[in-house]
Design a protein around this ligand. Structure first.
Ligand code: ZN
Ligand code: ZN
Length: 437
């Protein structure tokens, strides 16, 4: 007789065979989705402990459910004034800025405090300098390489302008290309210029109408008031992550233990004690930073989630329902398509990458249902995007519509020829990675 803890091999609801992502994973029913929405440590993002991970996973699901209902009831709903999340982020940012000002004042006082010997003043300055490093604003840099100037690609720039018009968003200040299977917008530099980044591999894999959908989603972020993308919330969004990075990143205790072990092998006495104390403090700062950032982000994330869904609604309006779903499906298969292109690359010319990617996409369509369900287990409260499945379900639940922007084949051909150097670059990357193995 099977015990309670043994997983059945068939679905108790519809008797379908169950599936799971890997041997250690938790199985679910691909047909009726029984047991799909459960925390699976093998797939969920790692958040320090399982307890926090499980909480973040459940909270993410609740948030998606609530946002889904709110947007289905009124897809055009606009936030009235700043949300609690934004107020919170601004308040934390102000406190951090005040701490920074206090640290500068204290350093100034140390410079003029000539009653103290210089050595003592130097030691007293260290904590203030560390605090300043944590809270100083950092706005990032507008990338220098990969910028696609309007003179090089007038038709691409025209397309982006048209998408921005149709979406009712500002036109990005800079358009960049890179070789990621991704796309994004960010505000960078002291002037917080808007930068649109197009990952050429993803662009090549997308059907043409789905490219409009992708651009509309990204530009949608410039208009929909995402508090995670404005300057006044930047200090709150970065200080904890910065503390984690400065103290060595993930797994601080494992690192501290490792360091203590190697210290104990090499030296003795006070050196070991001091070394262990330093590593212990680093690990403590690391955990405190990670926890503080998770807390701050927990309050801000509902806005960020809503901003993603709203950007999807912009993509649906501008590009239409079909192209939105096509772009989601391409994202789901992108890793596999790129892998296939890697195998085929030596026999292809760079101009053949797009048609080959389209064929591959058709061949791989059988993987879509499971790949889509799987994404539900890989997103939690702190993920930058809701799961692909949640996003597709919102658009599928709304009436099917055509987009407002149509681009004819002649113009697409012009855009393709403007991006030809980038296509060659991507092809070379496919060939180059082969040489390394
Ligand atoms: Zn079932
Ligand atoms: Zn987005």
């Amino acid at each position: 007789m099977p015990t309670k803890t043994t997983m059945p091999s068939r679905c108790p609801v519809c008797a379908q065979d169950l599936v799971r992502a890997d041997a250690a994973g938790v199985s679910w029913c691909p047909s009726c989705r029984w047991n799909l929405d459960v925390y699976d440590p093998a797939l969920a993002p790692w958040r320090g402990t399982r307890m926090i991970g499980r909480w973040g996973f459940r909270r993410g699901l609740e948030l998606d459910r609530a946002t889904h209902e709110e947007l289905l009831a009124d897809p055009e709903v606009r936030p009235a004034g700043p949300s609690p999340g934004e107020v919170w982020l601004v308040a934390v940012s102000v406190v951090l800025a005040l701490i920074g000002v206090a640290a500068v004042g204290y350093l100034g006082w140390l410079v003029v405090a000539d009653a103290l010997p210089p050595g003592v003043r130097l030691v007293l300055a260290v904590p203030a300098v560390l605090v300043l490093l944590l809270v100083k604003p950092s706005f990032g840099w507008v990338p220098k390489s990969g910028v696609i100037a309007e003179s090089e690609a007038p038709q691409l720039h025209r397309l982006v302008r048209e998408v921005a018009d149709a979406a009712g968003t500002p036109v990005p200040d800079v358009i960049c290309a890179d070789l990621s299977i991704n796309a994004g917008v960010a505000r960078l530099g002291w002037r917080q210029r808007s930068v649109l980044v197009i990952g050429i591999p993803l662009w090549l894999m997308l059907p043409r109408p789905a490219r409009v959908s992708l651009l509309a989603h990204e530009l949608g972020h410039l208009a929909n008031g995402d508090p995670l993308r404005v300057r006044r919330t930047l200090p709150a969004r970065t200080f904890g992550a910065r503390a984690v990075a400065a103290t060595g990143g993930r797994n601080p205790w494992r690192r501290a233990l490792h360091a203590a072990n190697s210290l104990a092998e090499q030296r003795s006495g006070t050196a070991v004690l001091i070394g262990m104390a330093v590593h212990g403090v680093l690990a403590l700062v690391n955990v405190a930073g990670a926890t503080a950032q998770l807390l701050v982000d927990s309050v801000a994330m509902p806005d960020s989630r809503r901003a993603e869904y709203r950007a999807d609604l912009v993509a649906r309006r501008v590009g239409g329902t079909g192209p939105f779903l096509q772009s989601s499906e391409t994202v789901l298969l992108a890793g596999r398509i790129w892998q296939d292109l890697w195998h085929l690359a030596p026999r292809l010319r760079s101009e053949q990458l797009e048609p080959t990617a389209a064929e591959t996409r058709q061949h791989l369509a059988g993987h879509l249902p499971l790949a889509r369900q799987l994404t539900r287990r890989t997103a939690d409260l702190w993920s930058t995007h809701p799961s692909e499945d949640q996003r597709m379900r919102l658009i599928e639940a709304l009436p099917r519509i055509d987009g407002t922007l149509h681009v004819d084949d002649a113009r697409w051909a012009e855009i393709d020829s403007e991006l030809a150097p980038w296509r060659r670059f991507a092809h070379n990357v496919l060939l180059g990675t082969r040489d390394r193995f």
